[in-house]
Design a protein around this ligand. Structure first.
Ligand SMILES: [Zn+2]
Length: 115
């Protein structure tokens, strides 16, 4: 299907074209998450467990944190989900950086114009 208003390819700079094409690739995949993964060593609380003996033996666990409108929400993450969530977060960050790059090229265009 053709776009009724085709993008002006000739006016796109290589930087913008590259960013758009990578962004399209990303959007074809699924899973975007605007959040951070936080390593969270913890004790299980059992007296007989070696984690009660010192920091070296803490259990590894993960939190996922999200800050929206100044409010941070944290949630424990099951270990088997960590790798998947890491991919979602990286994808989000890459897409976000690409959008920012595209936005800069448009800002440059506006700056070049006379008022
Ligand atoms: Zn323990």
């Amino acid at each position: 299907m053709n776009d009724p208003i085709p993008p002006a390819k000739s006016s796109q700079q290589p930087e913008e074209r590259q960013a758009i094409s990578r962004l399209r690739q990303l959007l074809n995949e699924s899973g975007f998450l605007h959040a951070s993964l936080i390593r969270h060593p913890r004790r299980c609380g059992k007296d007989y467990c070696r984690c009660s003996q010192g920091k070296r033996h803490y259990h590894q666990s993960w939190l996922i944190g999200q800050t929206l409108k100044g409010r941070t929400q944290m949630k424990h993450l099951r270990p088997e989900l960590v790798e998947q969530v890491r991919v979602w977060i990286e994808r989000y960050r890459e897409a976000d950086a690409l959008l920012e790059r595209i936005s800069k090229t448009y800002w440059q265009r506006l700056k070049k114009r006379r008022p």
